[in-house]
Design a protein around this ligand. Structure first.
Ligand code: ZN
Length: 396
């Protein structure tokens, strides 16, 4: 079978690879610019975040926003998308206990919870957060994950669709006009700086920034053509939760989303300590995550490891790179330490759940590696010598 991709961003990446001189990211991370001084957009932002932004003014903006939406009758007045992880623990706890809001937390379930992910969500709710969880139609979600793996090089794609869209549906159903997401990932970790000085985006931005140019509708069409979905399955009402509500509804109900990271300095490692203290968050009990040196980020889903591995395949930037980029920017480690950690761990194969990936995606091992090599071949970062693939450049 000839493989094709619907990932619209991979072909747009610069052919000439450049690494940031301050951190370990390269210009292969989509929408990440490296300026004439050799510094990436996320490091430029990090400098501003640490030294230029007046966070007292930003907090005043937050208080004004919350005052506008606060309800005094005990009803929920803010939606907090939450996995039970460290970041949503920070956002929900601050909103409830520091700013007196009444949050309803909203969880879009992973493909399959890891043990620690499930435990953290339970601990989070036990610490006082009413949470509405969308548990998938396992047949449909699984087929979307398989299509995501093949057509986008990202089995996580249906999670990303719903994680963005589902909170809007709950806001609409409960007549809540404010949704508070955690961080503007494009700004914090590298990507578009379109909303550098703005606290919000619109669902119109999702396709380009998060969906690799391909909506769930397109995935369902492909799934139907390929025989993954039967005609009646494609009409399932459940698909609506992978898409934002109609723009007219959002506008009529004046539903707004904002990023907490616009108002409060975003430091992932601090969120980890905060979550441990206030919502009984726990890191991996088996130590560092495969592919990295950390143990507290992106733990919820058994697919997490594969998702990071595919980022390594497509962009040459895996899980250790992602963690080191952030830790360097926040002065937790030096660039030299980051480089060594990337060289040690980035691209470590996620073997812990490998058999589970094959079972869950309903594919065999040969096809798995066929897709991996297809994306290596599309990327700018690999070359094949004989039968062996090598990265063209390694950060140093
Ligand atoms: Zn950088």
């Amino acid at each position: 079978m000839t493989l094709i991709t619907l990932d619209k961003q991979i072909g747009k990446l610069p052919k000439k690879i450049k690494f940031c001189k301050n951190c370990v990211v390269s210009n292969q991370r989509p929408r990440t610019d490296i300026n004439s001084d050799g510094i990436c957009s996320a490091c430029v932002w990090s400098y501003e975040k640490n030294y230029k932004i007046d966070w007292k003014i930003r907090e005043k903006e937050l208080k004004d926003l919350l005052d506008k939406h606060r309800k005094s009758n005990g009803e929920f007045d803010i939606v907090v998308p939450s996995s039970g992880g460290k970041d949503s623990a920070f956002v929900a706890h601050q909103l409830k206990h520091k700013y007196g809001m009444t949050p309803v937390c909203v969880t879009w379930a992973p493909a399959e919870w890891s043990y620690i992910g499930r435990k953290n969500l339970e601990a989070f709710t036990k610490s006082g957060y009413y949470t509405i969880a969308s548990i998938h139609d396992g047949v449909i979600h699984r087929k979307l994950c398989t299509l995501g793996f093949e057509y986008l090089g990202q089995p996580f794609a249906p999670f990303i669709y719903g994680q963005k869209a589902f909170p809007y549906h709950i806001a609409n159903q409960l007549n809540i006009s404010l949704i508070m997401y955690g961080e503007n990932g494009e700004l914090e970790y590298g990507g578009s700086t379109k909303y550098k000085y703005q606290s919000h985006e619109s669902p119109d931005d999702w396709q380009e920034f998060y969906f690799k140019g391909t909506t769930v509708g397109k995935m369902v069409d492909i799934g139907y053509q390929r025989g993954f979905f039967k005609k009646d399955e494609t009409k399932s009402e459940y698909f609506k939760y992978y898409k934002a509500p109609d723009a007219n509804i959002i506008s009529e109900k004046k539903i707004e989303m904002h990023w907490f990271s616009y108002f409060k300095k975003w430091i992932p490692q601090e969120n980890y300590y905060y979550g441990c203290k206030f919502t009984d968050f726990r890191a991996n009990d088996f130590g560092r995550s495969e592919g990295s040196y950390t143990k507290y980020a992106s733990l919820d889903d058994k697919l997490d490891g594969l998702s990071f591995y595919l980022s390594y395949i497509k962009f040459g930037l895996g899980r250790a790179s992602r963690d080191a980029q952030q830790d360097i920017r926040m002065y937790h480690i030096t660039r030299d330490e980051g480089v060594r950690l990337v060289q040690l761990y980035d691209g470590e194969f996620p073997k812990k759940y490998f058999q589970w990936y094959l079972d869950y995606l309903n594919i065999n091992e040969d096809f798995f590696f066929e897709v991996i090599d297809f994306y290596r071949n599309l990327s700018n970062v690999w070359e094949k010598r004989g039968h062996k693939w090598n990265l063209k450049y390694i950060v140093k």
